[in-house]
Design a protein around this ligand. Structure first.
Ligand code: ADP
Ligand code: ADP
Length: 228
């Protein structure tokens, strides 16, 4: 079941900065793919294009809606986690998490029910009313993850989500993320500079190179290497 097709995507910024050249990839439903490669090879760029935050210069990204085969997957079915937790400082944890539902027009009662569910999933039950600055970096990152999950996305894009965290917090979040991924049929695309992290988490690794900006090779991670 192909969820996402990246077809001959090139991206040139300002007419001369070549970020991606003729990139291709098929992503199947339920895969966990890590993108590794040097700074500037276009990892963030392809994520922004997939999320609909940026247009490819040439080529296309097609998202297939598995439930109604003909239709494109709606961009609201994509969750995004950035490198730094980007929370609204004046809003409580629960209001931050449920923001995507608020934007969809879901009633307060409904969004708080769903918000509490994901809050528990990321191990932050009891912190509903806290403000972001009262939480540690790792906890703030969990709030960001909860916010990305609250609308039950089919596709989760994570751009170096754990880069700024200490080793123990990162390991805990690895386990939590895998638990959530195993429980849902979510597809995850993950950017990291950490090869160990990519092997631990993913079913497939896509190695990107900067010249030209595209995938140079992909390999499947054997089951026995994962979660080690
Ligand atoms: P990575 O995420 O792998 O570090 P990026 O996708 O951020 O790579 O960047 C790829 C190339 O495109 C880099 O040379 C970067 O400087 C350039 N670039 C990224 N975003 C922009 C932008 N908004 N405007 C101009 N150049 C950009
Ligand atoms: P990353 O962590 O992906 O490497 P960067 O630090 O390169 O991100 O870039 C941070 C932001 O600045 C991104 O939104 C990127 O698109 C933008 N950006 C990167 N390079 C350039 C550039 N040369 N000109 C304009 N914007 C850029």
């Amino acid at each position: 079941n192909v969820l996402l097709q990246i077809k001959n995507v090139s991206k040139i910024y300002n007419g001369d900065i070549v970020a991606l050249t003729d990139m291709n990839l098929d992503v199947k439903e339920g895969e966990f793919i890590s993108f590794v490669g040097p700074s500037g090879c276009g990892k963030s760029t392809i994520f922004k294009i997939i999320a609909g935050l940026s247009e490819p210069t040439t080529g296309s990204v097609e998202l297939t809606n598995q439930t109604s085969k003909q239709e494109e997957l709606d961009r609201t079915e994509i969750g995004f986690v950035f490198q730094h937790a980007t929370l609204l400082p004046w809003k409580s944890v629960l209001d931050n998490i449920t923001l995507p539902l608020e934007l969809k027009g879901v009633s307060k009662k409904k969004r708080y029910i769903q918000g509490r569910e994901v809050l528990e999933m990321v191990g932050l039950k009891g912190y509903e009313k806290a403000l972001p600055r009262q939480l540690s970096g790792g906890m703030q990152m969990r709030v960001s993850i909860a916010r990305a999950l609250v609308a039950k996305p089919k596709l989760l894009l994570m751009d170096e989500p754990f880069g700024a965290l200490d080793e123990i917090t990162r390991q805990n979040l690895h386990y939590e993320l895998l638990k959530i991924w195993e429980k849902t049929n979510m597809t995850v695309l993950f950017i990291t500079h950490n090869v160990f992290e990519s092997v631990f988490l993913s079913t497939k690794i896509a190695v990107m190179s900067a010249r030209p900006g595209r995938i140079s090779h992909t390999f499947d991670v054997p089951e026995y290497e994962r979660n080690e």
